[in-house]
Design a binder for this molecule. Structure first.
Ligand SMILES: *[C@@H]1O[C@H](CO)[C@@H](O)[C@H](O)[C@H]1NC(C)=O
Length: 187
């Protein structure tokens, strides 16, 4: 009973360390131009999210945002390569509520929104790839691990997860399907 409780609270405790999880840790699967690397430093050492860091975005259902065959979904809970994103920003410094960011998957392609579709088709840094990161409360603190964030696209709609499906259909109302918890590798 107690063990079940712990597993429900911390689903990641049970996550298997597969080769994909190790690859995400080392960012070995980078396929982008220039062989750029991301800092996959662990949450315990680097709680604040800096441009260039590797993060994972956990949806309400415990699954992470991920990219498979250029499609964006929320299928898996291990922190594997498909779920690893490098955070970028046009200016230097920490990332705050309201900043415009880019999220690059280990395939080298950036999340983008076209209408209600969310994909990762190219390494462009245009308006469709630009996402405004938002947070409830404590606005003067930079975004850090454990924060709940929302991603607003150029369309004004926020990225949502329903089951394994990822879209950008509505302006956010409260939390729920639009909320992502920022995580990094535990160690
Ligand atoms: C955006 O989506 C529409 C409708 O699915 C499609 O026709 C168009 O090619 C897409 N544009 C880009 C740039 O992906």
């Amino acid at each position: 009973m107690a063990l079940l409780f712990v597993l429900v609270l911390w689903p990641n405790c049970a996550a298997e360390v597969t080769p994909e999880v190790l690859a995400a840790r080392e960012w070995r699967t980078w396929g982008g131009p220039g062989g750029a690397m991301a800092n996959a430093g662990p949450a315990s050492l680097h709680p604040v999210v800096k441009p260039g860091d590797t993060i994972f975005l956990r949806a309400y259902n415990g699954n992470f945002l991920g990219v498979r065959d250029f499609k964006v979904n929320a299928k898996a809970s291990p922190k594997a390569s498909a779920e690893a994103f490098r955070v970028e920003k046009r200016s230097i410094g920490d990332i705050y509520h309201g900043d415009r960011i880019f999220l690059t998957n280990t395939n080298g392609f950036r999340l983008e929104v076209n209408g209600s579709e969310v994909t990762a088709l190219s390494s462009h840094m245009g308006p469709r790839q630009e996402l405004v990161i938002e947070r409830n409360g404590a606005m003067s603190q930079p975004i850090a691990v454990g924060d709940t964030i929302f991603l607003r696209a150029h369309t004004g709609n926020h990225i949502d997860v329903v089951g394994e499906t990822v879209k950008a259909r509505f302006p956010r109302q409260g939390m729920g399907y639009h909320a992502f918890v920022v995580e990094k590798q535990p160690r």
